[in-house]
Design a protein around this ligand. Structure first.
Ligand code: FAD
Ligand code: SF4
Length: 522
């Protein structure tokens, strides 16, 4: 074999750079399903099923393209269980002159594949991943030129460089940012009509994978019953088309809104397909822009969406690759609590948190504000060790891959890097959740978002004040958080110690079971 082409489970594109110059007469593709990728964190069964099913569908596509493929299945008796172990065996089998791959998304994987190749006396040729607008080198240059990293600066640079939503040198609509129109709560009537989410019934390949995952990973979290994620490029393109036609028009307005028992809302549900490379961000952004140019979606909404894909998604990737491996250990707030066990069951009295956890465990999905301002916020306020929070996020979501999950969790949600990419920690009390769900979550909850202490106090609210008390010195002069910290001056010493001891009880025992008194609304 001249070249062995490595294809990982999140590199499922036949046009990827690893295939440049591929010659079926002399070259060989190698793919392997390995247990370690599902156990190095306790991966949800939905996530495992998605990756394996998409890999098997891609293997069929390679076969139809006539590309020779060596594919090792998870239940192959000789499977060593690790990518490095399987690559070492493949190098023995094929004795290639070269080993080539598109840059992987995961720092740990790159190190282990490099080492396995080195041990075989070869070097690994790592090619740029064309699925992104910005290369890691370009991002590093951007970061080096500036003291503080800010997403907004990066995003504007990307818009100009790639000519997205631009009129000449000016942003379309003469504004870069439509947050004032976007990010509204629904109001008491709720979301009303919602377009039906597109799902894909498992075909024979997916059914076989689901049965194997149920057999091989019986103790892992997550339900396999509702599995209907896109696993091929055709399905992902169909999901993209439906999003552009049916949801994009209202995406921006409702992108931060919360409503109980309503996981999908106007979100795209495209992150898993994007992260597996079934579709690319360039086609997603260009279709969204075209919808605005054709008058099918308002500019504010399209800008809100483009900001996520061209802005945040590219930005966190750059942050990951320029900050690893130190980022993985960051713990600027010295958070040392364990993750509450109910993160794995959803068994909590907190209505909003139970709902987000239930969606997560049943669907492998929760939308951004549930991740940031419900599950993430609770862990931040409680002071959970960032590595445990990171491992939970990496386990439970279908779109979880480390380059995007880790900076979102450690930097954005847990402030573990001390503000290197966000200007302040995203802290809020239960009143934020009340506002963004138009009161709906809290109306059905045993707690009260405006109470700091007492049997009905909302744990978010107690912990919010406790967070400010604990980190008073650090944030007192902070330009954006300082005003929140100064509100502590209004509290008496008795109130401060009551908050501290109630927060301590939450740290010891999950949520305090509320005492039901006469006006609890259920
Ligand atoms: P939409 O809300 O419809 O957004 C459209 C697209 O924009 C998404 O598909 C995604 O590709 C991109 N996007 C939006 N927000 C972000 C963001 N903050 N960072 C990067 N891309 C973004 N996203 C992942 O893809 N994988 C993860 O493992 C992941 N972990 C997260 C962990 C935490 C703590 C937080 C706060 C966010 C995380 N996100 C992650 C970002 C975001 O929540 C998801 O991309 C989004 O919820 C996926 O659903 P959607 O496709 O319906 O997105
Ligand atoms: Fe969530 Fe607190 Fe509202 Fe209950 S009262 S739903 S815990 S914010």
């Amino acid at each position: 074999v001249r070249a062995l082409i490595i294809v990982l489970g999140d590199q499922l594109d036949a046009d990827a750079s690893a295939f440049d110059g591929f010659d079926p007469a002399t070259d060989q593709v190698w793919m392997a399903e390995v247990r370690e990728e599902s156990t190095h964190v306790w991966s949800s069964r939905i996530r495992i099923a998605l990756f394996l099913s998409a890999m098997r569908h891609f293997a069929n596509q390679l076969a139809s393209l006539g590309r020779p493929l060596d594919y090792v299945t998870l239940d192959d008796a000789a499977n060593t269980g690790s990518l490095a172990g399987e690559l070492a065996r493949a190098l023995q089998r094929h004795q290639p002159q070269q080993v080539v791959m598109t840059a992987p998304g995961d720092w740990r994987v790159l190190q282990s594949l490099r080492e396995a190749t080195r041990q075989a006396g070869l070097t690994l040729e790592v090619r740029d991943d064309r699925h992104f607008f910005c290369t890691v080198r370009e991002f590093a240059a951007f970061a080096n030129e500036r003291k503080g990293l800010r997403m907004e600066t990066f995003y504007r640079m990307m818009r100009k460089q790639h000519r997205v939503l631009m009129n000449g040198d000016e942003p379309a609509g003469d504004r870069w940012n439509f947050d004032a129109e976007n990010q509204q709560p629904f109001g008491p009537e709720g979301p009303g009509f919602l377009p039906e989410r597109v799902g894909f019934a498992p075909d024979a390949i997916t059914q076989e994978v689901i049965a194997m995952v149920a057999r091989e990973f019986p103790e892992h979290p997550g339900s396999l019953e509702a599995f209907d994620w896109p696993v091929t490029r055709e399905q992902a393109l169909h999901a993209l088309e439906r999003f552009i036609e049916e949801r994009l028009c209202d995406f921006g307005q409702w992108q931060d809104a919360l409503w109980p028992d309503t996981p999908w809302l106007w979100h795209a549900h495209l992150s898993a397909a994007l992260n597996l490379k079934l579709i690319g961000p360039k086609e997603v952004v260009s279709q969204a822009e075209q919808a605005w140019r054709d008058g099918r979606a308002p500019l504010a909404s399209v800008e809100g969406f483009v900001r996520q894909v061209l802005g945040w998604r590219e930005y966190v990737r750059g942050v990951y690759w320029t900050r690893m491996p130190a980022l993985a250990q960051a713990n600027a707030l010295d958070a040392q609590q364990p993750l509450p066990p109910f993160y794995w069951t959803g068994d909590t009295e907190m209505r909003c948190l139970a709902d987000a956890l239930k969606h997560t465990l049943q669907l492998g999905y929760a939308h951004h504000i549930q991740r940031l301002m419900i599950t993430g916020l609770y862990a931040l306020l409680l002071g959970v060790r960032p590595t445990e929070v990171h491992e939970w996020y990496l386990s439970v979501y279908v779109d979880a891959v480390e380059w995007v999950e880790m900076p979102n969790t450690l930097s954005m949600s847990q402030f573990a890097d001390g503000g290197a990419i966000t200007s302040k920690p995203y802290v809020a009390s239960g009143k934020y959740i009340e506002r963004m769900s138009s009161g709906k979550y809290c109306a059905d909850c045993a707690y009260r978002p405006d109470q700091r202490v007492g049997p009905r106090a909302c744990p978010y609210t107690t912990l919010y004040w406790d967070f400010l008390i604990r980190h008073r010195a650090r944030f007192a002069r902070h330009p954006r958080l300082g005003a929140q910290v100064r509100n502590l001056d209004r509290l008496s010493n008795e109130e401060v110690s009551a908050i501290t001891s109630q927060a301590e009880a939450l740290k010891q025992g999950g949520d305090v079971k509320p005492v039901f008194i006469e006006d609890v609304r259920h």
